[in-house]
Design a protein around this ligand. Structure first.
Ligand SMILES: [Zn+2]
Length: 170
């Protein structure tokens, strides 16, 4: 199983190849990638690689992706306790969603607590509604970063399906 560092290097290498390819094909006039689309893709890809790695299922211990959160790393400990390593967290479709859902829940709790403790505090507003033009590069960047991790782990796209099929047969 590759370490966090190796996963990061694989993702960075894949990103470089993609970026070069996108630049080349845009120059050649084959398609148009706007700077905003490229930025959204890049941000989502970086977040997926460094902050929302599937290996956060190990966050009850020491893991690279938890370290990237710095002082906030402890927020992922419950996630690591709930999700077994390379279980649901490492499935292709639902796995990446579990981390987004967890992050959303934690954000709501933290914001709620801050509002309660500091009633006068101004919170940054969530930009909405999100345009699909922005959403597609975000989803693509995030999922690609996750799938590269799963490919490097040798996890197949039917990982979760096979597990539940086996359970159903029992
Ligand atoms: Zn992994």
């Amino acid at each position: 199983m590759p370490s966090g560092r190796v996963h990061n290097l694989i993702n960075i290498a894949a990103y470089s190849v993609l970026a070069a390819g996108a630049l080349y094909t845009t120059r050649a006039g084959l398609w148009v990638v706007t700077p905003t689309q490229a930025l959204n893709f890049t941000l989502a890809f970086a977040a997926g690689t460094f902050l929302l790695s599937p290996d956060l299922d190990l966050a009850e211990g020491r893991v690279d992706s938890k370290r990237h959160w710095g002082l906030l790393g402890f927020l992922w400990v419950p996630y690591g306790m709930v999700f077994s390593h390379r279980g649901l967290s490492h499935t292709w479709v639902v796995g990446p969603l579990t981390r987004l859902a967890y992050l959303a829940i934690v954000t709501v709790i933290v914001v709620g607590l801050l509002r309660y403790l500091l009633p006068g505090l101004e919170m940054p507003a969530i930009p909405q509604p999100l345009d699909t033009k922005f959403l597609i590069p975000l989803v693509a960047g995030y999922y690609l970063s996750q799938w590269l991790h799963l490919i490097a782990d040798g996890v197949r796209p039917d990982h979760g399906l096979r597990r539940s099929a086996r359970k159903r047969r029992r």
